[in-house]
Design a protein around this ligand. Structure first.
Ligand code: HEM
Length: 136
């Protein structure tokens, strides 16, 4: 058996939180049509409950993300491509969080759809940039 390292724990927590933030949103988006049939208020009630899981996961992503940066400090300090990719990723993470906040506050169907789609797309971009960083 391979020995389990602190780095394994760090990436495990980061990826676990990413599965909740990204995977949870995509799954919820797929369930909306059925939730709507269950009752007009059901989608919003389910989304409110999801937020109680999603936002703590987003918090864990930021905390473990900072831990990731300190664990890869050498690459951040000496590799301009790594640094540029990290800044691009942090941009997508911030946009994902802002879009999710605006989605939760949206009152029109159009606002819900636009900010919902934006949240998902920026979350997927953050995920992809994370893999690029990890493979660097
Ligand atoms: C929506 C938010 C985020 C998602 C979905 C996400 C996703 C990921 C994923 C999937 C990986 C690859 C893990 C692996 O393959 O080992 C990763 C790595 C990484 N993430 Fe994130 N992340 C997010 C937020 C953040 C934040 C806020 C930071 C910094 C403050 C950050 C910094 C990093 C770094 C530096 C790595 C490379 C880790 C390594 O190679 O050791 N991430 N991220």
């Amino acid at each position: 058996m391979l020995s389990v390292t602190v780095d394994d724990l760090r990436l495990f927590l980061h990826v676990l939180a990413a599965t909740l933030w990204v995977g949870g949103q995509l799954t919820l988006a797929g369930l909306v049509p059925v939730l709507r049939k269950a009752g007009a208020d059901v989608p919003r009630a389910v989304a409110r409950q999801f937020n109680r899981i999603a936002w703590p996961a987003f918090g864990v992503l930021i905390i473990t993300g900072i831990w990731n940066i300190t664990a890869n400090q050498h690459a951040v300090d000496h590799n301009s491509h790594y640094r540029a990719t990290l800044w691009a990723k942090l941009g997508f993470v911030a946009l994902s969080g802002i879009a999710a906040y605006l989605h939760a506050r949206a009152t029109s169907r159009k606002g819900l759809a636009i900010w919902g789609a934006a949240t998902g797309l920026f979350a997927l971009a953050s995920l992809f940039m994370g893999i690029v960083l990890a493979e660097a």
